[in-house]
Design a binder for this molecule. Sequence first.
Ligand code: GLY
Length: 574
Amino acid sequence: MHMRYLSFILLVSCICLFSCGAPGEETKQDIDPFHYEQQKKAVGSNGAVVSAHPLASKVGLSILKQGGNAVDAAIATQLALAVVYPEAGNIGGGGFMVARLSNGETVALDYRETAPASAHRDMYLDEQGNIIPKKSTRGASSSGVPGTVAGLFESMKYAKLPFEKLIDPAIGLAEKGFALSEREARALNNQQEELNQYNTARSAFQRDIPFKAGDTLIQADLALTLKRMRENGRAGFYDGETARLIVDQMKAGGGYISADDLKNYEAKWRDPFQFVYKGYTIISMPMPSSGGLLLNQMLKMIEDRPLADHGFLSPESIQLMTEVERRAYADRAQYMGDGDFYKVPVKELASSEYLQGRMKDYVPGKAGSSIVTQPGRIQRKESEETTHLSVIDKEGNAVAVTTTLNDSYGSRTVVAGAGFLLNDEMDDFSAKPGAPNMFGAVGGEANAIAPNKRMLSSMTPTIVLKDNKPYLVTGTPGGTTIPTSVFQTLVNIIDFKLSAEEAVNGPKFHHQWLPDRIDIEKKFPDSTRAALEKMGYTLFERNSIGRVELIRILPDGSIEAVADIRGEDSAEVF
Ligand code: GLY
């Protein structure tokens, strides 16, 4: 389905084509940053890119067409998102990449932000031990050490094309600008008050007159930062001028990140979190993301139950899925955090014996309770705004990447002179045991703040293999709703046999133990709502949950790419 995307009249009379290749070089595909459309579904045979912005998806596709592999395309798409999707696409935040390479190797790259070296457990508490409002969510004090740029350079290990080729489209988009959509203009207008409050200098995102659809957003400072990365590699960000500008911003805004924090930041290769569900191999992100383990717990708790017989969106299936979500998230609060700092009992929490035991008190037709359901007892053998992209190439390299600034527009602080927003990821730590963060998630010792520790994430970039070949590449933004949205997307396809579009766009719901309620989208069926309320559940209607990007390989080998209708996400194939 093609949807008309931009409804604005341009003030320029000619179409200005934007070249995707290095300056002066002939390219396979020109991208017009002033006229573009969303594409919600596409089928191809050589490769696909699905991301949160049509221009970023087009950049990724053009890299595939120029001979790049899925990792090249994922790098270029992330860099483009850092320009055209400032609310979450980023170089000032962090993320995770899960990849399954055509040679069968699976890898997971962790470029999550870290707490600065000067961070300490009680840094967001006042003298009485109360949380200081907004200190972990707004301004320079809320930022962790950004990891995205280190992640991009680290993932070059699997790329084919030179980095210059991958970053040039982003530089062009920042330098020459692109047309804002109506939603983007509105989103920026909504941020003006806080952008003015949390910045010492004026950025490209601030204006005295409101932004409107069709306005060109030029980001000259960001273009210079990207050029420093092009010239100097990771040192173009973590050292020299960019690092100096970040540290200056910290000084101006009461932040914690030092020059040494930046120099010392390292992306880390991890063993992907892998398990089998009904014959499908699920590959996802390990700690410091809770995503893979939660997905494992939830899927395994339903595996032996007749979910498909209950039917999609039936009260019975929603209840069962809600109760496994409740149990998994109770464990998240107690046991999950950065595995380099806290011994997360992963094996114990994923064991079938434990998970069967967790469901012993499940009563069909009767709402559970988060007072009764507490984190599980295990025997230790001692020891919201985010963005996702899915890519596959013709060799069968599959890449799932989720990155985040945490909240939409992160800390609302733009690094003066460097043109990019900093994250407010420190709020993903548990600032005080039992106190909810911005997603309402609680935590304790496992996710307490410590110097250089990574805050617990929910990001769940996921690849599913069928018969040992890539079948699904998926993920979503959405804070703590990420694992439940990925869980539901997989179940929608594997158990309910829905089409890719139905699986992505169908109503989503979410339970995270505390608060004890089911969040539902507006389009949730009335009859199911009534039945769940009768069982004793509290329902909370909210705006959209997540925006899933899904690639599915069809039986004939063709590639189906679906972008969620909840956002301006867009799918490109060839
Ligand atoms: N900041 C959202 C997450 O990492 O889960």
